[in-house]
Design a protein around this ligand. Structure first.
Ligand code: FAD
Length: 407
């Protein structure tokens, strides 16, 4: 099996690389526009728009609805070239890679016509409203209620950990429409306007100083029935489309690598030489290299599935598991080997502009969001290794009868 580009893929890569070099936004000063600021968002919005205008945003989606009319392989090649150029489109990722694929698959023609093109251009931002204070891994236990009122629905409940909800225009909301059914069957998916009356978004402060997540309170939010994505009771199937895309999107990406660790080790004195010459460090580096290769190869396996028109399966879970643990271990090693500098997170003072410090603070979240390590291991155990399924005490029970904790 060869992992090299075919001649057509190589030609596409060369064209994409040249286009990126010619059109990429000029670097912006982190002091004027730190990541997460409105200025930075607007800067990245220009990049998203440029990509959309040239058919490089959502390459594999039909051109008729705002995509690029290309193939998943072309999308993957463009993503690689974008990462190589140090660019990312994080503000738009939740919408384009997580919330809108279910709209493409389960939504109505009117929803696709209304929402896809503005999101592809970066004009509208989406957030995912799935997790709740009492359910994250057990997503199907969502308690937020959607109750029929006339022709529409009334929503009451609370969501949490919703990335970018405070800057989002729309949210994809999982709600319980029938508590008398078993938990997976009583769910329905909706889209909501994040500025509608009754939607209250409260940012949560993180240990790295940022506030990318939010709590979202939903208090009597009224929806029309055409805000439903998929059929009543089909919410779990829609959520599964979302989760498959989320894991595939999360397993890989930008950030410092083992090459940066080696570059750091070349700067750190050790005996008469530098740490890079130390055989014990060499062993550690070889371990990181092996992990990086394993998730690169898992990525290629997903690509070859996509090129056959298939959807990535449990390998997306495996790639995300290996990658997020790798990121944490690699960042911890880098911070440790730089000694006192490891404690400094000021990009102006720390080596490599504190890239590893920032990564280390972010890494625990990577191992939780989009499926925790334990949940991904359960998936691999059951679907790859064929081991017995996780025990489910609530199997076959109406949601309303599942015992809940009391205060
Ligand atoms: C970076 C990041 C971004 C996120 N973005 C969003 C977002 O945009 N929208 C959104 O809705 N949510 C988002 N989340 C929330 C995320 O989906 C949940 O945090 C995650 O699903 C875990 O749920 P929980 O926090 O409720 O933990 P819990 O499910 O309560 O888990 C607690 C612990 O128990 C373990 N555990 C639970 N069940 C099992 C089991 N069956 N077997 C073994 N161990 C188990 C877990 O692995 C974990 O260690 C985000 C989270 C992070 C960290």
């Amino acid at each position: 099996m060869t992992f090299d580009d075919t001649p057509e893929q190589a030609a596409y890569r060369a064209t994409a690389r040249t286009w990126i070099a010619d059109h990429m936004p000029a670097p912006i000063d982190a002091a004027d526009a730190p990541i997460g600021s409105t200025e930075h968002l607007e800067h990245m919005r220009l990049w998203q728009r440029a990509k959309a205008e040239h058919g490089y945003a959502c390459i594999a989606w039909p051109a008729a609805i705002g995509g690029g009319g290309g193939t998943p392989i072309q999308q993957a090649i463009f993503d690689q070239e974008e990462a190589r150029a140090g660019l990312s489109s994080n503000y738009f990722m939740t919408g384009l890679k997580i919330c809108l694929p279910p709209l493409l698959k389960h939504g109505s023609d009117a929803q696709r016509a209304r929402f896809i093109a503005p999101a592809v251009r970066g004009d509208e931002i989406w957030c995912q409203l799935f997790s709740e204070p009492s359910n994250g891994s057990d997503l199907a236990a969502a308690r937020t209620r959607a109750v029929r009122v006339g022709d529409g629905w009334r929503i009451d409940g609370q969501k949490v950990w919703n990335s970018n909800a405070d800057r989002s225009d729309f949210g994809l909301l999982l709600a319980r429409t029938d508590p008398d059914l078993v938990k997976h069957a009583g769910l329905t998916m909706f889209w909501i306007d994040m500025r509608a009356p009754g939607v209250d978004v409260r940012p949560l402060r993180q240990m790295n100083g940022g506030a990318e997540f939010n709590e979202v309170y939903l208090d009597g939010v009224m929806l029309r029935d055409d805000q439903r994505v998929g059929d009543i009771g089909e919410g779990w199937a829609v959520a599964l489309t979302t989760l498959a895309n989320e894991r595939a999107a999360l397993g890989g990406g930008t950030g410092p690598t083992w090459r940066d660790l080696l570059a750091l080790a070349r700067l750190v004195p050790s005996g008469d030489s530098v740490l890079a010459d130390d055989p014990v460090f060499g062993q550690q580096l070889a371990g990181f290299y092996t992990e990086a290769e394993s998730f690169r190869l898992l990525g290629l396996r997903m690509l070859s599935k996509l090129s056959r028109g298939e959807q990535p399966g449990p390998e997306a879970s495996a790639a995300k598991l290996v990658w997020s643990n790798h990121v944490q271990a690699l960042s911890a090693a880098a911070v440790e080997l730089t000694g006192d500098y490891g404690m400094i997170d000021d990009p102006a003072l720390a080596p490599l502009a504190a890239a590893f410090q920032a990564r280390l603070m972010w890494a625990p979240g990577l191992r939780i969001g989009g499926g925790t390590d334990e949940i991904l291991r359960n998936i691999i155990a059951e679907r790859v290794l064929g081991l017995p399924a996780d025990a489910r005490a609530d199997k076959g029970m109406a949601f309303r009868d599942i015992p809940q904790g009391t205060r």
